[in-house]
Design a protein around this ligand. Structure first.
Ligand code: GLN
Length: 290
């Protein structure tokens, strides 16, 4: 048995399970199981594998991971991480896997606030999940006063771990458990509000890829029958938590721009604008308060 044989057999199994990235995924799982890199793989792929215990364990780990991927478990949950804004975030099935689309939101916040504003402003991230938005704004943007909330204690544990691994010592992310603003201590006021809330209409969830519908946390996806309950609640409840002139940035579904702009307008927001993601779809709504 060689690494090359393991790779091609694994790839074949993934193809049969309709994994669109069978070749790439088999390679990544093999490298992970053998704790090696592409260079070593390419040098040694034709050598017969030894019968050593550690090698046999790696082979068995590989087949376990291939089997999980055949069940269409996202590779990020199998490997335990995902890149976002150039940082490596730990993920598990309690949090949504960070999407490249969400970088649009982070980049928009960075674009609109100077370095010195970022150091002074108080920022709130609702529905933080893995913490990818809040933490990348701190690491890449220099924000220092950041609070992030989530309804799930399990999600907050992941965010806590990411904060521990990615933030400089002395830099603290305040994590609070609760339903949107209910997580916050009374009286808190913020200058920037960001959120990627659940926004998929309930009936659409069953049409998503098996990776998403069967493995990602439904509470992080389900935005009620019309997909917009969290936008209504955020727009309606934000007032008492925002300083005058505060800016709000919400990730949205590709077809929710008009509706979310309308909700924010009804609640007294202005300078409302829809921002597109890299593929050109509506992805973020930004607005100012007061
Ligand atoms: N963008 C995610 C998806 O398409 C959904 C994220 C969300 O509901 N906040 O699966």
């Amino acid at each position: 048995m060689t690494l090359y044989q393991l790779l091609t057999e694994g790839e074949q199994k993934l193809r049969e399970a309709k994994d669109a990235e069978a070749q790439l995924d088999a390679r990544r799982l093999l490298l992970e199981a053998f704790q090696t890199d592409t260079v070593h793989f390419l040098m040694n792929r034709m050598l017969q594998l030894s019968k050593e215990q550690t090698v046999e364990q790696a082979v068995s780990d590989y087949w376990t991971m291939i089997e999980r991927r055949c069940q269409r478990e996202p590779i990020q949950y199998i490997l335990g991480s995902q890149e976002f804004m150039g940082l490596t975030f730990r993920v598990n099935h309690h949090v949504l896997i960070p999407r490249q689309d969400t970088e649009t939101l982070v980049e928009q916040v960075l674009k609109e606030h100077t370095q010195s504003e970022r150091r002074a402003k108080r920022l709130l991230d609702l529905c933080t999940g893995s913490g990818c938005i809040a933490i990348s704004l701190m690491v890449k943007g220099g924000f220092r006063y950041v609070t992030a909330t989530d309804i799930s204690e399990d999600a907050l544990s992941v965010a806590r771990e990411n904060a521990h691994c990615l933030l400089e010592p002395g830099c603290q992310l305040k994590l609070c458990r609760g339903d949107l603003f209910q997580a916050l201590e009374p009286g808190g006021k913020f200058d920037i509000l960001v959120s990627n809330p659940p926004y998929i209409p309930t009936s659409v969830i069953r049409e998503l890829q098996p990776e998403v519908r069967n493995h990602e946390p439904v509470t992080a996806l389900d935005g009620s029958p019309d997909g917009k309950v969290f936008y209504r609640r955020i727009a309606g409840e934000a007032e008492q938590w925002l300083n005058p002139g505060a800016a709000v940035y919400l990730e949205i579904g590709y077809d929710q721009g008009e509706a979310v702009c309308g909700l924010l307008e009804e609640h007294g927001f202005n300078n409302i604008k829809v921002i597109k993601d890299l593929p050109g779809l509506d992805r973020v709504v930004r607005a100012d308060y007061g």
